[in-house]
Design a protein around this ligand. Structure first.
Ligand code: FAD
Length: 398
């Protein structure tokens, strides 16, 4: 692909990443169109009380599948000081009547609404416009964007495309040994909204990330027992002192023939529900390009998580990293993309970018890190975050 200055740019998605990408592109003088398949901006932060018909949410294309993964009680796990954009802070201003340091989701959504309006980005967003297919037209000829809106299907050509479709929608569900023996309920946190359905149940929560901790704590108020299974519990397995009904377990070993959930340390429980809080997988169903894969949650090849060497700079991705200071990271990525497209910043050659990606992957392998951690920027983030924000795990891991 040619590396000329982009004059028109399509942004896929009007969540936080798409909004800030649009702002940065506009600042660099590009003509921007943001395609958003839902009826509003804000992406993940637009709480949706509905959940997928399939509690595991395995098929994102299934009728009735929802984008959002927030639960009703969700508050940010980063302080508002870390959740603004440059020139438009979440700190020092209250957007939806929630001035707390760790505000609820409505406050963040109102912040994003205000950001879209006040930055002028809102005027560039097409709502109910779903991108169905993105494909390169040939060297220097730009990108075909096929999309579906209220008036039907359409195709337009842009010089550049920035993919910002989010990555907290399609559940990553581990295949537990013996799962064919399971007769109870199961669900992924993508579909968790409120604790009431777990009244008096014995629940196994798989995963000790931010959602796992939050949800386990909330469910413990109504459930009979909550057992949290995680590889990070190590020698801390056992009942949690400050709770009457919460146990830390090691990883799930298997589901026994009798349906009991058996943990690596040797204990087993008869449970009503297995609730997977095991994260999400990257998914780009509309992308029609060569030499580009998602392999065990490694998206690539991508130079610094943003540019695929073969198509850079006209194709880019903003918002892939996880376990980061999210909004600041996506803003930096967006600014980089906008400046490379306008010629104010330069990329290495295609060969050098490809070599850098290979070197990154080689180092990960040498360090024994799995592919699925490719886009994890701060591996210690979970522990740091739960230590500071979440009393339950603070008590566990202290
Ligand atoms: C439970 C939970 C808690 C979180 N807590 C925090 C927190 O405390 N602090 C924090 O900073 N981050 C948190 N995050 C991360 C959060 O995902 C980011 O803050 C941010 O919202 C990511 O923005 P995004 O634009 O990349 O993705 P999204 O917000 O998911 O937006 C993607 C947008 O793309 C649209 N879209 C998708 N496909 C298409 C298509 N084909 N055509 C058109 N539009 C499309 C979607 O409709 C959506 O609007 C949390 C996430 C979850 C799930």
């Amino acid at each position: 692909m040619s590396r000329t200055r982009a004059r028109t740019a399509a942004v896929v998605g009007a969540g936080a990443a798409g909004l800030v990408a649009a702002r940065e592109l506009l600042r660099e003088g590009h003509a921007v169109t943001v395609f958003e398949r839902s009826g509003r901006v804000g992406g993940t932060w637009a709480y949706d009380a509905r959940s997928d018909p399939d509690p595991l949410g395995l098929d994102p294309a299934a009728p009735g599948a929802v984008h959002g993964s927030l639960y009703a009680s969700l508050r940010t796990n980063l302080p508002r000081e870390l959740m603004g954009f440059s020139g438009f802070a979440l700190q020092g201003r209250v957007f939806a009547g929630d001035p707390r340091t760790f505000p609820g989701h409505r406050e963040v959504l109102a912040f994003l609404d205000a950001f879209a309006e006040e930055s002028g980005v809102a005027g560039h967003v097409r709502l109910r416009a779903e991108v169905r297919r993105l494909r390169p037209l040939g060297p220097g000829e730009g990108w075909s964007v096929e999309w579906r809106g209220d008036a039907g299907d359409a195709e337009e050509v842009f010089d550049a495309v920035v993919v910002c479709n989010g990555h907290c929608t399609v559940p990553l569900v581990p295949k537990l040994r013996g799962i064919e023996n399971w007769r109870g309920n199961h669900m992924h946190s993508h579909n968790y909204r409120t604790p009431e359905p777990f009244q008096d149940q014995v629940v196994v929560v798989v995963g000790l990330g931010a959602s796992g901790v939050d949800i386990a704590r909330e469910i413990s108020k109504v459930a009979k027992e909550v057992h949290i299974a995680s590889r990070y519990t190590q020698d801390r397995v056992g009942k949690v002192d400050i709770y009457q009904n919460v146990w830390l377990r090691s990883e799930v070993d298997c589901i026994q023939d009798d349906g009991k959930v058996c943990f690596m340390e040797g204990s087993a429980v008869t449970a009503d529900t297995i609730l997977y809080c095991t994260g999400y997988r990257y998914h780009f169903p509309f992308l029609d390009v060569d030499d580009f894969t998602v392999d065990d949650n490694r998206v690539g090849p991508l130079y610094n998580h943003v540019f695929p060497p073969k198509y850079a700079p006209s194709l880019s991705f903003v918002g892939l990293p996880s376990k980061s200071i999210v909004l600041q990271t996506i803003e930096m990525e967006a600014r980089w993309v906008a400046r490379v497209l306008s010629g104010r910043a330069e990329l290495p050659s295609e060969a050098d970018m490809a070599a850098a990606v290979q070197e990154h992957n080689r180092r990960m392998e040498a360090a024994g890190k799995p592919k699925r951690h490719t886009h994890v920027l701060m591996p210690g983030w979970v522990r740091t975050c739960v230590h500071t924000c979440m009393p339950l795990v603070d008590a566990f891991l202290r």
